[in-house]
Design a protein around this ligand. Structure first.
Ligand SMILES: [Zn+2]
Length: 142
């Protein structure tokens, strides 16, 4: 069930996306929330051991926002803490006649990469943006 707190985190992610300078056209941000602590990640054109471990193409030079948030969280948390964290993922896309308006786009974590990391780190709940609406999808496992 999506709660008020989820809306707050997604609104925060939207602000993060709008304030971040990206090196490509994808506008994603992710957050790991553990208790009161939050760790934000962005998609980057950058190689990282986490990307090599979980992403489909080990030679990929892209770090997805979900993995970047996990990377950031692991600078401060124990691996075991991820099993009591929530992962949020948001993607904004351009729309409108002049492609100036931004709306949420689907940010379901990719099966071939981020989902593997979510399972490996036992992250019990994932909330993600849906296409063109301001309600959110949710995945629970464990
Ligand atoms: Zn991914």
């Amino acid at each position: 069930m999506i709660r008020v707190r989820d809306h707050k985190v997604m609104t925060l992610l939207k602000k993060c996306i709008l304030n971040h300078e990206y090196d490509d056209n994808y506008r994603l941000a992710a957050a790991i929330i553990h208790g009161k602590r939050r760790f934000i990640g962005y998609n980057k054109k950058k190689s990282h051991p986490l990307a090599a471990r979980f992403q489909k193409h080990p030679e990929a030079i892209e770090l997805h926002a979900e993995l970047d948030a996990i990377r950031e969280a692991l600078r401060y948390l124990e691996v075991a803490d991820l099993a009591s964290s929530i992962l949020y993922v948001g993607r904004l896309k351009f729309t409108g006649p002049n492609k100036q308006e931004m709306v949420w786009g689907l940010a379901l974590p990719c099966k071939e990469g981020c989902m593997k990391a979510i399972e490996a780190f036992d992250i019990p709940r994932v909330v993600y943006s849906l296409n063109n609406v301001s309600c959110y999808g949710e995945m629970i496992h464990g």
